[in-house]
Design a protein around this ligand. Sequence first.
Ligand SMILES: [Mg+2]
Length: 403
Amino acid sequence: MGDLPILHVDMDAFYVEVERQNDPSLIGKAVIVGGESERGVVASASYEARSMGVRSAMSSVLAKKLCPDAVFVRSNFSRYREVSEQVHEIFYSVTPHIEPIALDEAFLDISGAHKLFGGSETIAWQLRNDVYVGVGLDCSVGVARSKLLAKLASVAAKPTASPRGVQPGRGVFVVPSEEETSFLQAHPVEALWGVGSVTFARLEALGISTVGELAAVPEDVLVETLGASHGAQLSELSRNIDHRRVHSQRKSKSISHEETFAQDVFDRAHLVSEIIRLSDAVSTRARRKGLAGRTVHLKIRRPDLRYVTRSVTLSEAVSTLPAISETATAMLDQLDLTEGVRLLGVGLSGLGPPGPQQLSLVGEELSDPAWGELSNAMDRIRERYGHSAIGPGLPRKNEETNG
Ligand SMILES: [Mg+2]
């Protein structure tokens, strides 16, 4: 199943769970985020409230009637946005190809991530775990070949709320290729995009209530009933035709620093001292942002202007100076330096929250956890006295070539 390219990730009762982190007394209660007034609307409901029939976008008056014990909480969107950004950073540690749909929802194209992180289902479970470790919230992940199927799959992965109570969800739901048709066609038509109340009524009038029944209707009949574009689109979706791609909105996030030399450098010691200096800058920036990265990059440019790039992906995210600089130095040592180096760059990508033991993997000298504390102490000193107040013990630099 490693080839299923699309994940749909959807946080479970996102606003409610963020509010519960803020006020743990809300845990276990029927909670409604939204205005309590006459004209208030439900922005999000806990699964306890949903089991009483409460739904998003329902009027608060009706919600109160259905669930008289519900605790109303005023929405705090700036906080939801903050947590959402943290969640999206975690997504970006898996793939740069992310299409945010809402604060609590996104599509991920993981077709380029298998080499690093394994099969699609493995990635889905790992991501779900990373989100929980990173922000303390649950999400549901759908894994499939297309956006339509991935979206339906994330719904299938969710907890369910019925009058009998709340049932935990599967967390991850995979739609294998051979089960696509049966999975899709068992859904009610309103599970498809673009089936609102008007369309639903028209389809119902044709005696159509499931996607399977919709798929059996000739496309021209749907076009006649629903109009050209809408009819054709629904007909295609019902027949499992969905070519929509994940439209990512930003480039792969990374932190990098580089230096162009006034004269080409051939001396390894000089290059290593530059690596340490650049790694220090990368490390400082990463830690200031509360990030660590799994992939360390080394970039050099030859005197003939060719770029040579190398990268190593570690089993855990790192952000300390020695972890970055030693990984980069090891890559440098694989390159032929007799050709000379005109530009040197060090970068960190696959950014996300730091792992629990980010010092453990880069060799013996680094297993000393004091490095994390030392790095933090350096950050504090620099905050007060400026960046040059303290730094790693560098091999002596040639001042002329470094400006
Ligand atoms: Mg959600």
